[in-house]
Design a protein around this ligand. Structure first.
Ligand code: GLY
Length: 359
């Protein structure tokens, strides 16, 4: 049965990839399928930034920083800081949706391509800019990952204020979630006394994951990456997603390229997909082909029945974004034909279509 699923997925993958190539402009220029949205010229050389769809401001900010002569790592962190401090993005930083206890716990990681160093924090509370703390772990420790209280104390040591990151909007969303979580606990949403449909069953497509990933090539041709998130909404306290895990939520090799992800982190953690994407690009895949390959790997490895739909397909989404040393960009997701990601070259920002495995 697994073989059958797998072969029909491969067939679909072929069709999808072919359609996507047809829509893209080929050649040495970046494959900026969505560039038409902004009418921008395509460029093969020069600086480049990519990000998940929620990072249009982030890629523009990162490009400004790169144009001032800064290193790609400083640029991508400056870019995602805009999203970390934005209360309206409920998947990252301040205003991120909290865990099951109503506490905002954040994950972030960075990789510096030229030196091959990495830093990350997981389950950090009360610190608005986890990506900055991840960068400090890279710069000011001999470690790669700090978690929880230790990560917060390290941030405090470096002068970060501890702040309340739970906005009123996120708190109300948490209350709504708690009250609708189960028909078998004591919490009830607002309801009529005779309403039989209170509560909700577990349905993966109704779970909320968000995140921002950002990678860039600077004026010197060096590559760096960051991923930062508040993680799965209403997660079990202490849950660590893929974002702060080097090789899962992001990976960068200065000689090859970079990749990062958003979406269901557990699926990515079980497949080390960002590392896989960079290795596929090293072996000759385009960024888009490599991202599709990672989607297929996840689909092939998804066996839990509650994560599969009636056709045996993963009933959740993961998105991947990648760039290579040659300045090509590409991305893919498991589900949905309308996904896009943000990118910016020296001419300006634009959207790029994500390839996909399943409509
Ligand atoms: N990809 C974000 C998370 O699962 O936490």
């Amino acid at each position: 049965m697994a073989t059958k699923r797998s072969s029909s997925r491969r067939q679909f993958l072929k069709t999808t990839a072919a359609a996507s190539v047809g829509a893209a402009t080929l050649g040495s220029a970046p494959r900026v399928v969505g560039a038409r949205s902004h009418g921008l010229p395509q460029q093969a050389d020069g600086p480049l930034v990519i990000s998940s769809r929620n990072g249009m401001n982030a890629v523009e900010r990162a490009m400004e920083v790169i144009k001032s002569g800064a290193d790609a790592l400083d640029a991508v962190v400056a870019g995602v800081n805009l999203v970390e401090e934005d209360p309206n993005d409920t998947s990252v930083g301040y205003g991120g949706l909290p865990n099951a206890d109503g506490v905002v716990q954040l994950d972030a990681a960075v990789i510096h391509g030229p030196t091959g160093r990495a830093g990350s924090v997981a389950c950090i509370e009360g610190i608005k800019y986890p990506s900055k703390v991840a960068k400090l772990v890279l710069e000011r420790t001999d470690h790669v990952n700090l978690v929880g209280k230790g990560a917060q104390e390290f941030a405090i040591m470096h002068g970060f204020p501890v702040e309340n990151l739970l906005t009123e909007r996120a708190r109300l969303a948490w209350v709504r979630w708690r009250e609708n979580l189960s028909n078998r606990d004591e919490y009830l949403p607002p309801h009529e006394a005779d309403d039989p449909s209170i509560g909700a069953d577990y349905e993966p497509q109704h779970r909320t994951w968000g995140t921002i990933h950002c990678s860039a090539i600077d004026l010197a041709g060096n590559i760096s990456s960051v991923t930062t998130t508040s993680g799965l909404a209403f997660k079990i306290p202490g849950r660590v997603g893929d974002s702060p895990i080097i090789g899962a939520g992001l990976y960068c090799d200065n000689e090859v390229g970079a990749a990062g992800s958003t979406g269901r982190g557990e699926a990515n953690l079980e497949n080390c997909a960002s590392f896989l994407i960079v290795e596929r690009m090293r072996a000759g895949d385009s960024p888009e082909q490599a991202c599709l390959y990672a989607c297929e790997r996840i689909a092939d490895h998804t066996r839990k029945a509650y994560l599969l739909n009636e056709r045996g397909e993963p009933d959740f989404n993961v998105q991947f974004y990648a760039l290579n040393k040659a300045g090509e960009v590409g991305g893919a997701q498991i589900r949905g034909e309308n996904g896009q990601f943000a990118a910016c070259n020296s001419e300006g920002s634009f959207l790029v279509d994500l390839a996909y495995l399943y409509k």
